[in-house]
Design a protein around this ligand. Sequence first.
Ligand code: SAM
Length: 218
Amino acid sequence: MDTEGLRSARLEMVEIQIAARGIHTAWLLQAMQDIPRHHFIPPDLQAHAYEDRPLPIGSGQTISQPYIVALMTELLDLKGGEKVLEIGTGSGYQSAILSCSAEQVHTIEFIPTLAKKAEENLKTLDIRNVFVHIGDGGLGFLEAAPYKGILVTAAAPVVPAMLLDQLAQGGTLVLPVGGMTGQYLQVWQRQLGELHVRDIIPVSFVPLRGQYGWKEDA
Ligand code: SAM
């Protein structure tokens, strides 16, 4: 597909898969029109970049379905200019979307080759407010805490306590929690010193690894 073909596929994706399903945040719809998702996908799969599904990105991992990227971002309820933490950099696409509203995005990836590739992807698009770190994101990133938004793009058996600890007053944490094969998307909010949680929809994410995640052979 040529550049014009990819652009019109992207605009159609935003209209049919995102806006028509109820995502209404203006900056987010604009970001999904502007950021070329195909740029974050291996060359042999780029023609599928605007389909309604996750795609493999190597190392057994995936870039999430566009609608799920949009839904998780909208649930963070960013107003602009916040500091955000993402766990599970993968291709870097979700970070690129977040970078259109946040002042700073810190993103942590467990698999070094994916982190390096994501960094390249973001650099090529001249995105300068995303900082990619290699490590166990379940532990968060204390150096830049607290965060107004924390988004986890891998499935956790329980909500990692260290992420809740790094959530700012009035902050929101969005993550899939549940079993290896199916989870619920949960939203945690810290309001007036108390934590509130709600379940949104059933989802299916790759497993979180590390201290708060699933063991390699699980
Ligand atoms: N947000 C990504 C994107 O836009 O391409 C998709 C992420 S993919 C669904 C989940 C990612 O979480 C994988 O790249 C996986 O290696 C990573 N991951 C799993 N456990 C992790 C952990 N404890 N810390 C950081 N990253 C982790």
